[in-house]
Design a protein around this ligand. Structure first.
Ligand code: SF4
Ligand code: SF4
Length: 368
């Protein structure tokens, strides 16, 4: 099982699509719709002994925040005492707060980066790109061999250019893989029909271009680990029999909030409606997307409903959500068109199936 742990709600950055947007979202109606747990503290209060007895060696604990490295002493304490596998989702700025011998015990790191320096700094703050890349170069020089995922938040449609840029950093040995999620449907105030329609059309063209480039590289025997492509391909090829959300939230991945309750997803960690148990009781129930729009959709077994939060919150009007689904259907349809050729290349030994295999539920949502 995979578990996120919210170490703190504090973050050291003020990113555009997280901090800035939250500041503009005065009343999105979720306060009336959902039952928020007002008793959750800012920092995790879960006793170490409870974590130690709850987690099994095969489990993965994903450090999460806020920014988890703000609580680097707590990370050290957990690594020293808990026998399980570790991953982290971080903005990478405070990476050096954790000594390298501890970092080496974290198998996988999801690092927030949105593409090149201009794009990343514009979203995350001046100087962030250089600092993160410097930290990662030093990490690799110190012998860190774990997976480093470049985790992009996409709010402009030039995906092809930005992914190509990060793919060069894969070639340089900094990143191992790339994942992206589009910043759509997560805030009520930011829906602009005209603007988003344009985004969808340009984003889909960019997907098409990126996919063609990706397949061209596969023909040469090189598989770039782009999670949305790989994850969807796994399901299309019948190598992932799950039909729930590919992020695993609510059935393969749960989140310890700061109080020790288990929530379906890190984003809704203190919403009682999404509680599934606790560190004391264990997992009491699973939660899946049950919205008929999804369960009756032909793409449901591949898509799983994109995201529990988005599907339940319904912050955008139906036409906005439909437009988001257009991108998902286009993505799945496009990958499907290339799947036969990829299977053939695999059969010919140009690439191996292991090149497309991946550990599920450690962070990449798969459906952007
Ligand atoms: S494409 Fe849209 S409607 Fe279909 S399953 Fe995915 S999120 Fe649901
Ligand atoms: S995709 Fe949605 S449900 Fe899954 S982890 Fe992200 S916010 Fe949670």
């Amino acid at each position: 099982m995979h578990y996120h742990i919210i170490l703190t709600e504090t973050c050291n950055l003020k990113c555009k699509y997280c901090y800035e947007k939250s500041m503009q979202e005065f009343d999105n109606g979720l306060g009336e719709k959902w039952d928020y747990d007002e008793s959750t503290p800012f920092d995790s209060t879960i006793p170490l002994g409870k974590l130690k007895s709850f987690l099994k060696p095969d489990d993965t604990l994903i450090f999460y925040g806020g920014e988890p490295f703000v609580k680097s002493d707590r990370i050290k304490e957990i690594i020293d005492n808990v026998n399980c596998k570790f991953a982290i989702q971080t903005n990478g700025v405070l990476l050096k707060r954790l000594p390298i011998n501890y970092i080496k015990k974290i198998d996988k790191m999801l690092i927030s980066i949105d593409g090149d320096k201009a794009r990343t700094d514009s979203n995350r703050g001046n100087g962030v790109y250089d600092l993160v890349i410097k930290n990662l170069r030093e990490l690799r020089s110190s012998g860190y061999t774990g997976e480093i995922v470049a985790r992009m938040t996409v709010s402009a449609p030039d995906l092809f250019e930005q992914v190509r840029y990060l793919a060069d950093l894969i070639d340089q040995g900094i990143f191992s893989s790339i994942h992206w999620q589009i910043d759509a449907g997560f805030y009520k105030f930011d829906f602009d029909e005209e603007k988003f329609k344009k985004f969808v059309s340009m984003y889909n063209s960019s997907i098409d271009k990126l996919l063609r480039w990706w397949v061209e590289k596969i023909r040469d025997g090189k598989v770039y680990r782009l999670y949305p492509f790989i994850g969807i391909l796994n399901r299309l090829a019948g190598r992932d029999f799950e039909t729930g959300l590919p992020c695993g939230s609510g059935y393969r991945n749960f989140t310890f909030n700061t109080l020790g309750k288990l929530s379906a997803c890190p984003i809704m960690n203190s919403v009682k409606n999404f509680y599934c148990g606790s560190i004391d009781e264990g997992i009491k129930k699973d939660i899946h997307v049950t919205d008929e729009k999804c369960t009756k959709c032909n793409y449901f077994k591949i898509c799983g409903g994109r995201c529990l939060y988005w599907r339940d919150a319904k912050l955008w009007p139906p036409e906005g959500d439909e437009a988001i689904c257009t991108t998902i259907k286009f993505l799945i349809g496009s990958i499907s068109q290339h799947s036969k050729e990829i299977a053939k290349l695999e059969g010919e030994g140009v690439v191996r199936w292991e090149d497309f295999d991946y550990e599920k539920y450690f962070g990449p949502e798969i459906i952007p």
